[in-house]
Ligand binder design. Structure first.
Ligand code: 5GP
Length: 190
């Protein structure tokens, strides 16, 4: 099988990593394809099954765990399971493309440990926890309770930043986008 590169973007929810990943997917020179994760939560806003996530039931998710179909999976928030199916990576490598992931820090580090040479693990750092809170509220796609759950997790996630290959500070979006493009370009051309 063609073994392309693995580009992991991890960060606390609201850091802007999804925006960065979407931007990179539009850059043809990087030859990237998005790793569509399986998720047990319901679609949010405009999200589409088979594009943003494979939305599956909790029961179905647990069946995949048992069958060892996942490269990695996490119960990111209580009863909200997310995971990367092994078949997803195989699908993308078969296309001759590099894989880009938008996943939580634990999952990101797990992929880095499984494929140390092939993976570039990037941590996206938000300006502050207060700014994260503001962004999540502004997005207003989640309830107050869910926002608080995400904020509580953010401090723990921020502490894992030094374990990543690189940290991108997302203080000014255009600067972060350019930095991300350059970093990934250098890594995929190696
Ligand atoms: P959201 O509900 O905001 O889409 O995602 C919640 C968190 O789960 C985010 O940090 C997202 O990156 C992470 N996530 C999405 N897919 C996966 C996955 O396949 N594995 C892991 N470990 N985390 C994921």
């Amino acid at each position: 099988m063609n073994k392309g590169k693995l580009i992991v973007f991890s960060a606390p929810s609201g850091s802007g990593k999804t925006t960065i990943v979407k931007h990179l997917l539009g850059q043809e020179d990087l030859n990237l394809e998005f790793s569509i994760s399986a998720a047990s939560r319901a679609p949010r806003g405009e999200e589409v099954h088979g594009k943003d996530y494979y939305f599956i039931s909790l029961e179905e998710f647990k069946k995949h765990i048992k069958a060892e179909d996942f490269l990695e999976w996490e119960e990111v928030y209580r009863d909200n399971f997310y995971g990367t199916l092994k078949s997803e990576i195989e699908r993308i490598w078969a296309l001759g493309k590099n894989v880009i992931f938008d996943i939580d820090v634990a999952g990101g580090l797990r992929i880095k440990h499984k494929f140390p040479e092939q993976t570039l693990a990037v941590f996206v750092k938000p300006p502050s926890v207060d700014e994260l809170k503001r962004r999540l509220k502004e997005r207003s796609t989640e309830s107050e309770d869910k926002i608080n759950m995400r904020i509580a997790k953010a401090s723990v996630e921020l502490a894992t930043a030094p374990q990543f290959d690189v940290i991108i500070k997302n203080y000014d979006l255009p600067v972060a986008l350019e930095e991300a493009h350059q970093l990934v370009k250098e890594f995929v051309s190696k």
